[in-house]
Write a protein of this length. Structure first.
Ligand SMILES: Cc1cc2nc3c(=O)[nH]c(=O)nc-3n(C[C@H](O)[C@H](O)[C@H](O)COP(=O)(O)OP(=O)(O)OC[C@H]3O[C@@H](n4cnc5c(N)ncnc54)[C@H](O)[C@@H]3O)c2cc1C
Length: 400
């Protein structure tokens, strides 16, 4: 950008070329927009395990090709004492992608509309327009879309609410080769405070001997990961001697809806809007669903040809569509954050007793978890001794 075009004008300015910004860019491809990304390359730095449901991707109309590394059919949940619950479908349920290349694939159709290496420093409103201040001059737009991810700098400047800090967990992940005894079809989830306080540890197979191994935790995730790699009774012997090929960190967003996501002609989308699953932190599919909703509302408002753009319908539609899902997933996350390791063991034991694997296979959905959570709530035998925790989680879910 040079001084001649120091005040470029667009209908839509999108801050951030992560999945949220890029899905939206694809859905408004025919409109007058720009995407501003502070990094020099789309997809970097990386902060994702890359597990995405096939149903979710189909719904978004985007089936990744080159970035797909593996396909999985289910998961093994391992309790702190080593009890296993295996939920496996007869067909592929999810793909494991390399997020760097996934983002690049997502950017392909809109590459010439992305300005790389442009950090938005501040945003102001002047004469009915948004002025985005960058080191390379100002950008002007009618609509502002903030897809900045989990940092919240600009959303706070725009007057949106601060997210609850205790539901933003630091995470760390390593990519390993020469891992032993991997089942390529199954993701492994290790529950319990002993390994990942407040969350869980994962092993996601990339092939028969490569995997992503990571965890999020209330604090000190690096120490927790070293502990998991070196001391977990069943996982460690398979991981300890593997080679580390890549390390990454980030924050998993478990907030659910925590405030407004639209004000007049500005919206939040993606992690910054709490559009992730509070149970797992997965946010790519939800950011795409939010982008579909946002693109429809933006299109309608721009074509109204009215100077007074109002995007609150995006917020209302998101809540109508996913409010209940997010509420129950947040209750489940708060519940899991409170219970003790021995409670996890009891719950998994009970699940095995009543044949919960079959129920999960029938009603489970990686992205829409209300149905399976409802089945759990309707089966008090699973959590009878933990009812006080569950009630507390319901109450806290309303408050946070
Ligand atoms: C360890 C880990 C594992 C995960 N695993 C999964 C998984 O398996 N599946 C899944 O669905 N989700 C997963 N997630 C969550 C997923 O990574 C996020 O939900 C997703 O990346 C959110 O997309 P986004 O576009 O909102 O934000 P981001 O991907 O963070 O993108 C935001 C972009 O905005 C740019 N930006 C920020 N501020 C500015 C600025 N001021 N100016 C210009 N550019 C700016 C950033 O550089 C960045 O490129 C994981 C997260 C972590 C931390």
């Amino acid at each position: 950008m040079n001084s001649k075009n120091a005040s470029e004008e667009y209908d839509i300015a999108i801050i951030g070329a992560g999945p949220a910004g890029l899905f939206l860019a694809n859905y408004v491809e025919d409109l007058n927009f720009i995407v501003l990304e502070e990094h020099e390359e789309v997809g970097r730095p990386l902060h994702c395990a890359g597990l995405l449901s096939l149903k979710g991707l189909e719904r978004l109309g985007f089936i990744p090709q080159k970035s797909v590394q593996n396909k999985v059919r289910g998961a093994i949940f391992v309790s702190p004492s080593g009890l296993k619950l295996i939920v496996k479908s007869r067909r592929d349920e999810a793909v494991v992608v390399d997020r760097e290349y996934f983002d690049k694939e997502l950017a392909r159709k809109v590459t010439d509309r992305i300005k790389l290496g442009v950090k938005v420093l501040n945003v102001n409103r002047k004469s009915g327009k948004w002025i985005l201040k960058t080191e390379r001059g100002n950008i002007c737009s009618k609509i502002l879309v903030n897809a900045e991810g989990f940092r919240y700098d600009l959303s706070l400047k725009l007057g949106f609410d601060k997210p609850p800090e205790n539901l933003l967990l630091p995470a760390i992940q390593v990519e390993l080769e020469k891992v032993k005894d991997l089942d390529e079809d199954l993701v492994e989830i290790y529950l319990g405070n002993r390994w990942a306080p407040g969350f869980f540890a994962w092993i996601i197979p990339l092939s028969s001997e490569e995997a992503r191994v990571g965890l999020a935790a209330k604090s000190q995730p690096l120490i927790c990961l070293k502990n998991f790699l070196n001391k977990h009774p069943t996982a460690s012997p398979r991981l300890r001697k593997a080679n580390i090929r890549r390390v990454l960190g980030g924050r998993v967003v478990l907030t659910g809806i925590y405030g407004e996501i639209a004000k007049g002609s500005s919206i939040l989308i993606g992690d910054v809007a709490g559009q992730t699953k509070p149970t797992t932190g997965g946010g790519v599919i939800y950011s795409g669903i939010a982008a579909q909703i946002a693109s429809r509302v933006i299109r309608d408002e721009l074509f109204k040809n009215d100077r007074d753009i109002k995007l609150e319908k995006y917020d209302r539609t998101w809540r109508q569509m996913l409010g209940r899902e997010l509420f129950f997933m947040k209750v489940a996350r708060l519940f899991m954050m409170q219970i003790r390791d021995k409670d996890y063991d009891k719950i998994i034991e009970k699940m095995r007793e009543i044949g919960f694997e079959a129920i999960a296979e029938k009603v489970g959905d990686i992205d829409f978890q209300y149905k399976i959570l409802k089945r759990i709530i309707k089966t008090p035998a699973l959590y009878l001794p933990q009812i006080p925790y569950l009630l507390a989680s319901f109450i806290r879910s309303f408050l946070i």
